[in-house]
Design a protein around this ligand. Sequence first.
Ligand SMILES: Nc1nc2c(ncn2[C@@H]2O[C@H](COP(=O)(O)OP(=O)(O)OP(=O)(O)O)[C@@H](O)[C@H]2O)c(=O)[nH]1
Ligand SMILES: [Mg+2]
Length: 484
Amino acid sequence: MALRKRLTEEDEDQLREWLGKPDAGFELLFKASTQGYNSATFHQLCNNKGPTVTVAYNAIGWVFGGYASEPWTSRGSYVQAPDSFLFRLSNANKFDPLKIPANQYVQNCLYDLQDRGPVFGGGHDFQVFTGTYQANNGNFINANGSSNIGYTYGNGMGHNVNTFCGGNLSYLDVEVYSIGKREEKEVPIEKKMLQEGKEWRKVQWSDEERERLKQQVAGYKPQVCSSVSQVNVLLVGQVGSGKSSFFNTINSIYKGRVSSQAMAGSQPHSLTTRYRTYEVRGERHGETLCFRLCDTMGLEDANTGLDLDDLPYLLDGNVPDRYQFNAAVNISPATPGFKNMAGMKDRTHCVALAMDICNISVMPQGAMDKIKTIYNKALKRGIPSVVLLTKVDKACEFVAEDLSTVYRSRFILEKVKEVSEKLGLPEYHIFPVQNYSKQTSLDTQIDILALSALTQILGFADDYLDEHYEALATENLQKLNVKE
Ligand SMILES: Nc1nc2c(ncn2[C@@H]2O[C@H](COP(=O)(O)OP(=O)(O)OP(=O)(O)O)[C@@H](O)[C@H]2O)c(=O)[nH]1
Ligand SMILES: [Mg+2]
């Protein structure tokens, strides 16, 4: 069974620095908490392995130990190893790391006896343990360790058992590492970034750009026909994918504060149970902007959630605002408020499929199939679809810290490609976004990303109107109503 290292990456870096070996790797040879505080086992596993590092972890969270520049071999004597040193690594008290060199009686640097664990120094400056104690598996153990700094190590430097290990030799663990070549670790894709300047989409991250996009969206008017004064964007997607939050994000931008008009939150079942056709008011004159964001109940795996049989009516604009979704009864012309005479102005002009970026790869096939079905139903009507890839802040640490790195993230790029492939949707219809979720004030970068997505959505809605100009002119919608 592979032993699990307790030594942190940060502490390894510190040891590399002290050793002057940036390429040093630390291979765990012996771990007392699982193999026992057993001197014979220590020698069996650590003898003749070259220089070693012994690291102790005590009951008050201090990490300390010694570097043996010569190998252990059970010589039965002291060993001259002047490059050896004792050390204290970062610890619970956040002291600076400390290196205590061998500066006196260097012929006594190591005491290499078969019936003792590692012993450093002629005064037994640090005797890690002696004899045999059982494995303590995460409990603390007093294994007869002792420390008497200042004989071989740190002579005249003022160090003692308190500065070395907080005066505590009750161990959580003791580990011994050999020093080899550092393994090239595979960097997980979540941490891979493209170089600056190599973004896969170009965005200007400035207040001016936010303002420009904001004005562009506020000034948007459907191009083709005066009968459509607002385009309808249908938000659909799995429960919790961020549909309502996307509306809240756009609404916040124009309200000038983080707003939560649409209920958003994490629940096993959809928090949104009513169909809502949200409008957004412009900041300056309070005029209604020329789009509606139509929020729906979330898709679920089983027979709950949005029923795909209701979808044609949503696409065709038959469903009244505030319609209460009902798992037991599908929408039909008998539904109260059903808009029988739905015209071009009522229809969906663009479908926005909200998908949580962290779920893409683990999404059950059934859920992906539902999204595909929605996309295909829209496609049959000629309605364009986009994907809002939400929660990008949860996908990568560096994106969480600085959203302007979103187009340098390989992980996000990979997800865009994955979604594009799974749905058969071009990549330029897929928009990574971060919705307001925990922020209390507006954020330029969040706004730029959301507004960029929205300007594209409005453009696609215009394309749809352009394409169906003829039907629009005659309101001959019959051929557009596929009802499937
Ligand atoms: N960190 C983060 N959280 C988000 C983001 N978008 C949404 N959330 C959170 O995810 C949860 C679900 O968001 P909602 O907007 O309610 O999702 P929904 O798709 O409307 O869900 P239902 O109405 O239940 O189907 C909420 O707790 C949001 O705050 C995002 O981009 N980043
Ligand atoms: Mg919702």
